[in-house]
Design a protein around this ligand. Structure first.
Ligand SMILES: C[S@@+](CC[C@H](N)C(=O)[O-])C[C@H]1O[C@@H](n2cnc3c(N)ncnc32)[C@H](O)[C@@H]1O
Length: 304
């Protein structure tokens, strides 16, 4: 049996997030991707005793770990299982109508990558699962073994894989013989069709983009991100901020464009003209931080 305690997650740009997000030390903050609670812990330590923090995660396993890591602050912290796309409904149930800050540290936790049985990693043998919330109906297995060529090819292509046609043809060939069941099986199919010169040229594993595309589709990540940005904008009080950490260019583009249009419509000010990125020393000690970008926006007046 795998033990929860053997997994850890190093929070990215930890101090920068708290520095930029906290504008009212007695406010209500929402960490909508609480994960193991690293960012939440740093924030709650800096806040006054009358401040509150709501931590949301879609994966109940993460909430158990967060509860443990935030155990000294449970009087101020409320942990809730849910999809951040439903942020307005979740907060309404808690009687919260205005917040001082929202953090979205997107994607998945190190636990998800490291725990083979969750099926997120191409170099760890596991089932083709990739669901952040194990109750969700679709798995990567369903996509790989039943979606038509056009849909798989399109999905992989929009996530930046230029060999999408070769990869999809190989997947369809293979599944004709027998279902593709495991992460390493899929990874091998992909590796075999990426030309050697390209494999040598790429900084990342040949299966990286395909696995990212599957994860995004299984968890409808772009849809969730668009919804949370739309719905949370009404929840911020004047002077309140939204901070978003992204890990790939597609989600960063959604955040960048949404923030830009909020600022153009009026009532919002972009705090990070250019996104903040981790320092070299942070990347050296936590290579998973290397693609992170932090963007922050501030609400100037209420009622928008
Ligand atoms: C990068 S981790 C956050 C790590 C966290 N900041 C920490 O310090 O431990 C992202 C977390 O967001 C959660 N998550 C992803 N999509 C979500 C969604 N739509 N709603 C709520 N949580 C989500 C994942 O389960 C994961 O725990």
């Amino acid at each position: 049996m795998e033990e929860k305690t053997k997994y850890s997650h190093i929070p990215v740009m930890l101090e920068e997030v708290s520095d930029l997000l906290i504008t009212d030390k007695s406010g209500i903050y929402v960490d909508a991707t609480v994960g193991m609670g690293g960012h939440s812990l740093n924030m709650i330590k800096r806040l006054n005793k009358d401040a509150r923090l709501v931590g949301i995660d879609w994966d109940p396993e993460m909430l158990d770990i967060a509860k443990n890591n935030l155990s000294d602050y449970l009087e101020q912290v409320k942990l809730i299982s849910g999809n951040f796309a439903d942020i307005d409904g979740i907060l309404k149930k808690e009687g919260i109508t205005l917040i001082s800050g929202l953090l979205l540290d997107l994607g998945i936790s190190s636990l998800h990558f490291d725990k083979a049985s969750r099926g997120f990693s191409f170099n760890k043998e596991g089932p083709l699962d990739m669901r952040i919330n194990p109750q969700n109906p679709i798995t990567a297995y369903n996509i790989i073994n039943s979606w038509p060529y056009e849909q798989i090819e399109h999905l992989i292509r929009i996530c930046g894989e230029k060999f999408s046609r070769r990869i999809t043809s190989a997947i369809l060939d293979s599944r004709k013989r027998a279902d593709i069941k495991t992460t390493t099986q899929l990874s091998k199919i992909i590796e075999d069709v990426i030309p050697f010169s390209e494999r040598k040229r790429r900084a990342s594993h040949p299966a990286t983009k395909t696995f990212l595309a599957l994860r995004v589709a299984v968890n409808y990540e772009f849809d969730n991100l668009t919804k949370v940005l739309q719905r949370s904008s009404q929840l911020l009080s004047a002077g309140g901020r939204i901070a978003v950490i992204t890990f790939h260019s597609l989600e960063d583009r959604i955040v960048k464009e949404t923030f830009k249009s909020m600022a153009v419509v009026g009532g919002w000010k972009i705090i990070t003209k250019k996104p903040l990125i981790p320092s070299q020393s942070e990347v050296d000690s936590n290579p998973r931080a290397r693609s992170a970008k932090l963007r922050v926006i501030e609400k100037l007046k209420e009622g928008l």
